[in-house]
Design a protein around this ligand. Sequence first.
Ligand SMILES: Cc1ncc(COP(=O)(O)O)c(C=O)c1O
Length: 386
Amino acid sequence: MAAAEKLAHLPGDAPIQFFDLKAQQASIRGALETRWTTILDHGRYIGGPEVDECEQKLCEFTGAADAVVVGSGTQALVMPLIALGYGHGDAVFIPGFTYNATANAVLLAGATPVLVDIDPATFNMDAADLERKIQMVKGNRNLRARAIMPVDLYGLPADYAALESVADAHGLRIVADAAQAFGGRQGNQWIGTLAEISATSFYPTKTLGGYGDGGAIMVRDKEVGDLLRSIRWHGTGDNRKESIRVGINGRCDSIQCAVVSEKLGIFEEERQRRIQAASIYNERLTGKVDGQVVGANEESAYGLYTVRVPDRDGVRASLQEKGVPTAIYYDTPIHQMPAFEQFAPPGGLPECERASREVLSLPMHPYLSEDQIHRVCDALLATLQR
Ligand SMILES: Cc1ncc(COP(=O)(O)O)c(C=O)c1O
C-alpha cells in the first residue's frame, strides 16, 4: 500500500500526538521481545553482536564507509573533535540556532565555538556569514580556524556544497551535526555521507531513535572509524586496558543497538510516511505560512515540521485549545544562553534571534493520519485568520 493510502487509513479522530512512539512500538514489539531474550541469553550487554550488526546496517542504509555507534549524539559530536586533535585555541564554527549540545560538544573537546548566523529560508548555517566569521577569527591572534560543525536543523541537510567550498578555501574540516537528520538526503547522497564525518543521535524521538540514549558517527574514511573505536573505549588498543591516546567511555550498549537495528527495518516505510505528511502540510500551508524551504534536489528527514508565526504564544495557546500539540525548537539562540553568552558575536546573530522568536513546530511523525494533518492545518489557518 502506498504511503498516502496508509495515512488515509489511520483513524482520523484519535487525539493528535506531537510524536508517537507508542504506535511505532506496536509494530516492532514482538521482534524486540525476541531480541531481549537473545541478549539476556548471551549476556554481552556491552559489545554484543548487536553492535556490529547495527553498525553494518547503518553503513548499508547510508552508504558510509564505516559507522561507529556511541553512547549519545553528544558523544558523537565530541569524539570526532578529539579524533581530529582539536583543543585550546581551535575555532569550530557552529550555527547560533541549534540545540545546546552542538556548543557544549565543542567546549567539552576544549575548542572554542564561533557562532554563525542562519539562512532564514532553511534555518541552517549561512555560508556567507561563515565566511565573515572566518575572517573575524583570522584577525584574532588567540584563535585558529579549524572546523565547521553545520547542523541539519529539523532534518534538512545543511548546504554542504556551499560549506564545502568555504571549507576547502580555508583548509577547514567538516564534522556534521546530523543529530536530527538521519534519513535526509541531497541528490543521491544520504545524511551520513554528506560530510567526511557525520554525527547522529538515537534519542527516542529522533527519526531513528532507540529506547534510551545512543548515537552514531558515520565516516568516509575507515581509518577514522578505527580511531573512533579506540576513543570510544578510553583510547585503548586491542587489549582494551592500556590507553594509547586520550578517550572516553563512548560505548553504545547491545540493547540500544538491537532497538536501532529493528527500527532500521521499518525506517524506509516511516521515512516515506513523514515525506507524505510533510507534502500535505506543504500543500495546505505554502503561500500562507512561512516554513523551512527544502530544495528541489533534496529531502528532509522531517524530524520536525516547523513554521514561523507572529504572536507565537497566542497561536500556541489557540492550537492547544483545538487539540493540536506544538513545540518550540528553540526559543533561545545559543549566544543568549548564560553558558555561551561570552561567545556572542558583535552585533548578535539577527536571523537566529528572529527565528527563536517565531518558530513553531507542528506534529510530525509517521503515524499521523491524513485527516489529523488536515485538522492541524485547519486549526492553524483559522487561528492565523482571526
Ligand atoms: C542538533 C542536535 N545536536 C546534538 C544533539 C545531542 O544528541 P543527544 O541528546 O543524543 O546527546 C541533539 C539532540 O537533541 C540535537 O538536536
